[in-house]
Design a protein around this ligand. Structure first.
Ligand code: PBG
Length: 324
């Protein structure tokens, strides 16, 4: 009771604030998304994601060295697949010499200690731009799950430490875990996008990889953003099926979901600050309307405060720079 209790006492200097601070960021918190493309000496800025690049493998090699030297421990690899290699079944996704498989092998060869995670979904490989196989306009669950399991095995073979299914098909975590166990990949982990919403925030990513759905939308598999309880149901199921890390996506608009999950589950929760969030930050900063460093840092801390232990973010390098 005032004046016995003066809450400002614990805010009165930077030292005391640091002493009682509840959350902090370190380079260990970040997962860095990487966009691989074919070619040599290619480093193209993504139009809707300023200062972020698609890179050919030679540049990717330099990039992971730099990330590791900054203290970053994990990358999440995405690939831009040439149009002519796309089909309805994602055949190219299983190519042992495909871009993803070569990227994973190269990264593990360059920095063996860095944790390599791979996106597992059909959309960059799909002629329809959907995360699954399409039949008569419908995304077929079980046939897709079989391909996703094979795709995960292929990534594990290439050296991936974690596979990250982002497709939201039912039962895919169990199918992936079972196949990895059967093939002796006991230590290959699964980071499941367990609560992934059908969101407008993925727009810039889809133009970066040329993976926008050719018809319709992703609402028959990604979650309806009006719902909260469903996130817990999806996440609990994924944990039962064998997910080691679960993820909420998008990020900032879904902090309530991260908070809910953190009350109920015990596995690490990752948040994904997605491309649209990054684009909004960068655009406002370019206009001189916001202080990019300050707002980026504040948003990333918010993920930790909500209960995330990992953050996939395009801002990771900037954040490490700000952390000093
Ligand atoms: C692929 C995938 C998407 C993202 C990550 N994995 C796009 C989508 O589901 O349409 C989005 C990432 C971002 O927007 O930063 N399934």
């Amino acid at each position: 009771m005032y004046p016995l209790k003066r809450n400002r006492r614990l805010r009165s200097s930077e030292s005391i604030r640091a002493l009682v601070r509840e959350n902090s960021l370190t380079p260990n918190d970040f997962i860095v998304p990487l966009f691989a493309v074919e070619g040599l000496n290619v480093k193209e800025e993504i139009t809707s994601m300023p200062d972020y690049y698609r890179m050919s493998l030679d540049h990717l090699k330099k990039e992971v060295r730099e990330l590791w030297s900054m203290g970053i421990k994990a990358v999440l690899v995405f690939v831009k697949v040439p149009e002519k290699l796309k089909d309805n079944k994602g055949t190219e996704a299983l190519n042992p010499n495909g871009l993803m498989q070569r990227a994973v092998a190269l990264i593990k060869e360059t920095v063996p200690e860095i944790i390599v995670m791979t996106d597992v979904a059909l959309d960059p490989y799909s002629s329809f731009g959907h995360d699954g196989i399409v039949e008569k306009g419908i995304i077929i669950n079980d046939a897709t799950v079989e391909v996703l399991a094979q795709m995960s095995l292929s990534h594990a073979n290439a050296g991936a430490d974690f596979v990250a299914p982002s497709d939201m098909m039912d039962g895919r975590v169990l199918a992936i875990r079972s196949l990895l166990e059967k093939e002796q990949f006991h230590d290959t982990g699964i980071m499941s996008y367990s609560a992934k919403y059908a969101s407008g925030f993925y727009g810039p990513f889809r133009s970066a990889l040329d993976s926008a759905p050719g018809f319709g939308d992703k609402k028959t598999y990604q979650m309806d953003f009006h719902n909260r309880n469903e996130a817990l149901l999806e996440t609990e199921l994924d944990i039962e099926e064998g997910a080691d890390i679960v993820m909420v996506k998008p990020g900032l608009a879904y902090l309530d979901i991260i908070r809910d999950l953190s009350y109920h589950i015990e596995v690490p929760i990752a948040a994904y600050q997605v491309s649209g969030e990054y684009a909004m930050l960068k655009a406002a900063a370019q206009k001189g309307w916001i202080d990019y460093d300050a707002i980026m840092y504040e948003q990333l801390v918010a993920f930790k405060r909500a209960g995330a232990s990992l953050i996939a973010t395009y801002c990771a390098k900037d954040a490490v720079r700000v952390l000093g």
